[in-house]
Design a binder for this molecule. Sequence first.
Ligand code: GLV
Length: 371
Amino acid sequence: MPKFRVFATCHIGDAAENKLRERGYELEVYPGPEAPPKKLIVEKAASGIDGLITTLRDPIDAEVFEAGKGHLKVVAQIAVGFDNINRADANRYRIPFTHTADVLTEATAEFAFFMMGALARKMWPSELEVRENRWGSWHPFLPFLGDEVTGKTIAVIGTGRIGLAMIKKCVGFDMNILCYDPAYQNHQYIAKIQKLMDQRHQSGIQKEQTSIRYVEFEAALRAADYVSVHVPLLREGESDTPTYHLFNEKTLRTMKPTAYLINTSRGPVVSEQAIYRALKEKWIAGAALDVFEREPLPADSKLRDPEIADRLRLYNHFASAGKIPRLDADPDTGMAGRCAQGLIDVLEGSYGGDISKMPYVVNKEAFQASP
Ligand code: GLV
């Protein structure tokens, strides 16, 4: 008899999968790489599994929990974001779900930073000049120029783990930093960053004195040269501070015409229709997007319009995609390891079986003893 039966909607890598098999788990993996149909997830949930491994593209809601009633004990998500999992439904069915925060924080923040540089310094158009043999001669300003990142002002929208890691990287580029977060503000961290900025200036490492502070959303958008988005996707009704279409025609028009938008959070935080207009009509200077309202980006997406290609960089939801952060089987370094460990914790009753104490469980509130 297998110890536990688990269905995974995608591979999480040999190392982490073997770790589960070596513990006597019977693990069935959907071969993918595309997402399994919802119907199949429901069928598998109904088949008597103890655990379900999911990722950000799988819709997990009451239908799945109902099918798993009586035997499904945990959903272990390989991703930090969990907007695909209906938290209220999970709580109603008392199913804990886990995620893989922390291990992808630096990877995601550095990718956001690199996206910003690639966009503003026109690295892709520059490469195309060479690739397509259009590079005529060296010239002081032809065929185009970019904008520097060093010394500019960035608005970091969302100061959770990834936003704070982004801030840390921006300090090294002598940037002024405006922070906005509707739900969570880390004033202690911001004070430490200010101290670091002061030290850099006083010791002569950076020429200009720079600053960091929390401001209102509109003030951040009005003043920033770069706006980097690091909020979770929260739809109307899921939070007092929803983030769905936080970037829309009104808010994009608030940004400076010379400013750039970088999104590594979730696609629906930015209205694609609005960003398309913003780029086409040059309300802003450019955007770099790693996430989209529909993924993969549909073949007929307007975002592929060649007319805006020079000011729009597009990536395949790739920000956390380092080999170690994605695949390492150690829960302290890899999403795969953390996903497997989240599953093990619940199934094997780590932490004395107290789900509210398990570090990777998201919906702890459903398992806390009432006061
Ligand atoms: C990636 O977007 C993640 O949520 O891990």
